[in-house]
Ligand binder design. Structure first.
Ligand code: FE2
Length: 374
C-alpha cells in the first residue's frame, strides 16, 4: 500500500454520467495535500458538469472555509501532513448543524478495515480508493449529492409542515379559547349586563397567578379555565339568579348549587382546561378560614381556586341584587379579608398589582355598597 500525497493519481475508467441540473451547481470541496490529486479530481468533476469546485491542499484551511460557507460535499484525503483527514472531520463536527447532512467522501489509498471503520465513525459517508476511477468518482459524488439534496428537501418540507402545524394549532387554540368564553358568556349573560364578569375574573386570576410566580403556561391555563368558574349559574332559575332582594334559605341553597352544578357539567373531561374548570367551578366559593360552601380551609383548596375568588369583580360591578361598590371600599374589603376569607398571599399579590388590570369595564357603576356576591 502506498501512502497518499506521493503522486498516485492515475484515473481509471472512462464513461462519466452527467449530474442532474439541480446538482451541477452544488458546492464541492476537494482536500488533498497533493496538487496533482486535486487537479485530477477537479478535472473529473468539471468534465462531468460540476461548476463550483474548490480545492484545498492545506487541511488547516478547511474549517475556516466551512465556517464561512458549508459545502454540499467534501472529498477528503486521509493522510496529510500537519492535520490528517481524521483531524479535519473532528474540526468539522462542531460546526456542522445537527439537522444538516454534510457528506464526506474519503479518498484514500488506505483500505484497511480499521481506517474505514474509524472514518465512518467520524462522519465519512463513503470511500473512493486511490488510484481513483473517474466513473466511480462521478457516481459516488452524484449519489452523495443526491442524498444531500433529498435530505435538504425533506428538511424544507418538514419546516413547512411544522409551520403549518403551528399555524393550525394557534387557530385551534384561539377557537378553543373563544368557545370557552362563549360558554361562560351564556352563563354570565343572564345576570351580568356586560356579559364579561367571567372574562374579567379570568384575566385577573392570571395576573395574580403570574404575580405569585406561576409559569406563563400555567397562568394561561388558569385564565382559560377560570372563565368557567360560574358556569353552573346557567342552571339557576331566573327567579333566584335575578332576584333583586335578599334570598331565602332555600333560594340561597339553590344559588350555592351553581358550584356543584358547574363542576358536574364539566366533570370527566380529559382536557386540562376543562378539568381545571371543574375544580374552579367547585371550589371558587371556598374561604381560607374554612367557612366557604364546602368547608375546605387553607391549603386544602388548590392555589388556582384560592386565586379565582370572584368577590372583587362582583363587588365593583352592578348585580341584580346590588349596586356597585366604590373601588376604594372594594379594595379595602379584599384587604381586610386576607387570612379569613382569602389566602393572605393571594391578597398580597392582588394589592401589589396595578388595579386597573382588574377593574376593566366600569361604565354604569354606582358607588353604593351592596352584598351577596355570587
Ligand atoms: Fe360563583
Amino acid at each position: 500500500m502506498q501512502p497518499e500525497g506521493t503522486g498516485r493519481n492515475v484515473a481509471r475508467g472512462g464513461a462519466v454520467a452527467s449530474p442532474a441540473t439541480d446538482l451541477a451547481t452544488s458546492r464541492i470541496l476537494v482536500v488533498d495535500d497533493n496538487a496533482l490529486n486535486l487537479r485530477l479530481i477537479e478535472r473529473i468533476l468539471g468534465g462531468a458538469g460540476y461548476s463550483r469546485i474548490a480545492c484545498l491542499s492545506e487541511p488547516r484551511q478547511v474549517r475556516p472555509l466551512c465556517e464561512r460557507v458549508l459545502p454540499d460535499l467534501i472529498l477528503l484525503d486521509l493522510h496529510m501532513p500537519g492535520l490528517d483527514g481524521f483531524g479535519v472531520m473532528e474540526q468539522l463536527a462542531p460546526i456542522t448543524p445537527p439537522d444538516d447532512y454534510l457528506p464526506i467522501l474519503v479518498v484514500t489509498a488506505d483500505v484497511t478495515r480499521e481506517t474505514r471503520e474509524r472514518a465512518l465513525r467520524m462522519g465519512a459517508k463513503d470511500f473512493l480508493t486511490k488510484p481513483v476511477d473517474a466513473t466511480e468518482v462521478v457516481l459516488r459524488v452524484g449519489n452523495l449529492l443526491q442524498t444531500r439534496h433529498l435530505y435538504r428537501n425533506l428538511r424544507t418540507l418538514n419546516a413547512e409542515l411544522e409551520r403549518r402545524v403551528a399555524q393550525r394549532t394557534a387557530q385551534l387554540e384561539r377557537a378553543h379559547d373563544e368557545l370557552l368564553e362563549r360558554l361562560a358568556l351564556a352563563a354570565d349573560y343572564r345576570d351580568d349586563i356586560t356579559g364579561a364578569h367571567s372574562r374579567r375574573v379570568a384575566a385577573g386570576s392570571a395576573r395574580i397567578g403570574s404575580m405569585l410566580g406561576m409559569p406563563d403556561r400555567e397562568a394561561r391555563l388558569l385564565q382559560q379555565a377560570a372563565v368557567l368558574h360560574d358556569f353552573g349559574k346557567i342552571a339557576i332559575p331566573d327567579s333566584v339568579l335575578l332576584k333583586p332582594g335578599s334570598l331565602t334559605d332555600d333560594e340561597f341553597a339553590l344559588m350555592r348549587s351553581h358550584t356543584t352544578i358547574g363542576a358536574s357539567l364539566l366533570a370527566g373531561s380529559q382536557f386540562p382546561t376543562l378539568a381545571l374548570g371543574q375544580e374552579l367551578a367547585r371550589m371558587h366559593h371556598e374561604r381560607w378560614d374554612g367557612r366557604g360552601y364546602l368547608g375546605l380551609a387553607g391549603d386544602s383548596v388548590p392555589l388556582s381556586s384560592r386565586i379565582v375568588a370572584d368577590v372583587f369583580d362582583a363587588l365593583i360591578h352592578v348585580r341584580p341584587y346590588k349596586k356597585a361598590w366604590p373601588l376604594s371600599e372594594a379594595v379595602a374589603a379584599i384587604a381586610s379579608g386576607g387570612g379569613t376569607q382569602f389566602d393572605p398571599e393571594v391578597v398580597a399579590a392582588f394589592m401589589a398589582d396595578d388595579l386597573d388590570g382588574y377593574v376593566g369595564q366600569t361604565e354604569g357603576m354606582e358607588w353604593t355598597p351592596g352584598e351577596n356576591a355570587a
